[in-house]
Design a protein around this ligand. Structure first.
Ligand code: ADP
Length: 162
């Protein structure tokens, strides 16, 4: 069985992430979406909220599991017996960072191969940061995130503002 991990901060999950997750689920037998904490980014949503959003948004995809982890991705992949790490690539701006991460992860776990999926053109501009900015300014996020989490995101954005 081919198991792949699909890591990210997912703060919050966007339709761009869901597109990558669905495409990975069509290639691999089992896909574990793992919510990690990026020390360089201050999260708007707790790890539990991010996991819950992902579980709701991927409920219809039978071979997708959602988990969270606070350590090294290379170690998580080893523990879960996954030898593929799936990442999405939006633009050249993602490339340098992702290239460095892929080489680092291979050094830490030579059994895990990083595979890049190119973004679908309609999500090329989409990021979690963009969603957070629009939500905090009261804009429409319905075309950007799964419909089941729109209200939760807007509620949190209002809480932060008040
Ligand atoms: P972000 O970079 O938006 O904070 P994450 O750290 O949660 O997102 O990203 C997890 C993975 O999803 C990364 O590999 C990232 O490149 C990818 N990704 C994020 N947004 C998109 C998108 N719109 N299209 C394709 N891949 C994406």
């Amino acid at each position: 069985m081919k198991t792949a991990v699909c890591p990210g901060s997912f703060d919050p999950v966007t339709l761009g992430h869901i597109d990558i997750i669905k495409r990975a689920a069509a290639i691999f037998d089992h896909v574990i979406v793992v919510v990690m904490n990026n020390a360089a980014k201050r999260a708007m949503f707790t790890q539990e909220e991010r996991v819950d959003f992902l579980r709701q948004a991927t409920a219809g995809i039978t071979n997708v599991e959602v988990d969270c982890y606070d350590g090294l991705l290379a170690e998580y992949a080893r523990q879960r017996g996954a030898n593929v790490i799936v990442k999405g690539l939006r633009a050249l701006s993602d490339f340098e960072y992702e290239f460095q991460m892929a080489l680092t992860n291979r050094k830490l776990n030579p059994n895990a191969e990083t595979v890049f999926l190119t973004t679908s053109a309609q999500y090329m501009y989409l990021s979690s940061s963009l969603v957070k900015q629009i939500a905090q300014l009261g804009g429409d996020i319905r075309d950007l995130v799964p419909s089941c989490i729109v209200d939760d995101i807007l509620r949190k954005a209002r809480q932060i503002k008040s």
